[in-house]
Design a protein around this ligand. Structure first.
Ligand code: FE2
Ligand code: FE2
Length: 472
């Protein structure tokens, strides 16, 4: 099982050759996927050789192979993590202790399908959002990173489509078609979740997206990796390996923008780095405020019976479920959440089972803060007195109890008119967008960088940073 069959049109470690019906279904979806990739994938450079990594096994050591390949020739495959425990048991919910499911139990078809489709929909969405960015790539290595993220998100679509087709019959095949028909930002057939219909107009947005929004993906995948439905759990487990690189691209990207701002502040003894064509720290803070808040929304309502049901039914667990020290059933456990009531913010204890979404959001916020701390260390090391802060969880929310609540990034409640009047101070405004956009210029000479961003510290796969990551 562990090695990938590359002799097939669709590389896989799920023994696709043995299931002719499924193989036919996936092979007939393949050209439709390629049409989508050609029309909705990167608008440029599909004919160029890009230094990409391709999954060749699911071993923890050496699962990836790096080589120059044209994106349409990338081998999108279907990989499930090793079935390390043939006797794995369900570790939470009402079915705790029972063997995991190889097939979907009839009574959970609906909710499982919805979970898989919702996850699957985000994957092509982000490719669509990022399709024009190569035209303003600040360096070849950045362009390569963008394309790497794009091909892997497209592989994640394959991962979800495999589950739909292998386990949901005709319904699954229909969902697979629709995943190729919805479009990010299209008012008539939008992608399912809000953040995936936002624009990713510039590279600062791209780095913020891969830091904050791909990290939501990490937490969703990690909780689905706990699922009692074993094929879903193992699919998500392997996707997490790839996802780590996307967040690395985001974290190091923002870090390099910060580094550049700090270098210029020190060199020219000024806060006005815009004069020198860099992005100032207050603007970076505004981008953080925006991307963090829209990504928080992806976790859903604080109190959710859907999430409680998913947990009780064993469909979706908590982050690192097995490491949590409780009974994993949560019949009477409390959980403390931040609530919005009568125009005030307070803490309240609620049944833990209903607060599964909020708990996942809490874990996410802790993880985001760790990255922000590393960014702040760059600023502190430069001797600059500025701290990037995650905004209060109630700030700029569109989902859940804080939806539309007029709360400042510091968590102070103000009136709606004041919020509307001051929004421009907290979120990227028209002028900020225009300024950042004005900096976007394509740099394609190996080892050179746009002037608003510092070079990376490391190359990809131990290659030098001036390596021809894209053969122009
Ligand atoms: Fe993904
Ligand atoms: Fe991702």
């Amino acid at each position: 099982m562990s090695n990938v069959d590359y002799s097939e049109l669709i590389p896989n470690n799920v023994d696709l050759a043995a299931d002719r019906k499924l193989k036919r279904a996936l092979e007939s979806w393949h050209p439709k996927f390629m049409d989508w990739w050609t029309q909705q994938g990167p608008v440029q450079y599909q004919d160029k050789e890009v230094y990409l990594r391709t999954a060749i096994s699911v071993d923890k050591q050496g699962w990836a192979h790096f080589d120059h390949v044209k994106m349409p020739d990338y081998r999108w495959g279907i990989f499930l993590a090793e079935n390390d425990a043939e006797h794995r048991v369900i570790n939470f919910g009402d079915h705790k202790g029972e063997p995991v499911w190889k097939e979907v139990p009839g009574e959970y078809r609906g909710p499982l399908r919805r979970l898989i489709v919702t996850q699957g929909d985000t994957e092509p969405a982000s490719v669509e959002q990022q399709r024009r960015l190569a035209a303003t790539a600040p360096s070849l290595i950045d362009m390569r990173n963008l394309f790497q993220v794009n091909v892997e998100e497209a592989r994640h679509l394959w991962a979800m489509v495999y589950l739909l087709m292998a386990h949901f019959g005709r319904d699954g095949r229909e969902e697979a078609e629709e995943l190729l028909q919805r479009r990010s930002g299209d008012p008539d057939k939008p992608r399912i979740l809000g953040a995936f219909n936002e624009r990713t107009p510039d590279w600062l947005s791209f780095y913020m997206f891969t830091f904050f929004t791909d990290r939501d993906g990490k937490y969703q995948l990690a909780s689905l990796a706990e699922s009692a439905f074993d094929p879903l759990a193992r699919t998500c487990q392997f996707m997490l390996t790839e996802e780590a690189h996307h967040m690395y691209v985001g974290e190091t990207g923002v870090a390099r923008v910060i580094q550049k701002a700090c270098d210029i502040m020190r060199e020219h003894k000024t806060d006005d780095v815009r004069k020198f064509g860099a992005i100032d720290l207050p603007t970076i803070q505004k981008y953080v405020n925006f991307h963090f808040s829209v990504s928080e929304d992806l976790f859903g309502s604080e109190i959710s019976t859907n999430a409680a049901n998913y947990f009780t039914q064993g469909l979706k667990g908590r982050y690192l479920e097995s490491r949590i020290k409780d009974d994993h059933q949560l019949k009477s456990d409390p959980y403390s959440i931040t609530q919005w009531r009568d125009g005030a913010i307070s803490q309240i204890e609620v049944p833990a089972l209903t607060a599964i979404n909020e708990r996942l959001r809490d874990d996410y916020i802790v993880d985001c803060q760790r990255g922000v701390d590393r960014w702040n260390k760059i600023i502190a090391d430069a001797g600059i007195d500025f701290t990037i802060k995650l905004p209060h969880r109630a700030f700029h929310r569109a989902i859940g109890q804080f939806s539309g609540a007029p709360v400042t990034p510091e968590g102070r409640i103000i009136d709606a008119a004041t919020f509307a009047a001051r929004q421009d101070e907290w979120l990227p405004n028209q002028a900020d967008h225009e300024y950042v956009q004005s900096l976007m210029e394509q740099v394609t000479e190996p080892g050179r960088y746009a002037r608003w961003i510092a070079p990376p510290r490391l190359g990809i796969n131990n290659q030098p940073i001036d390596f021809p990551y894209v053969r122009m």
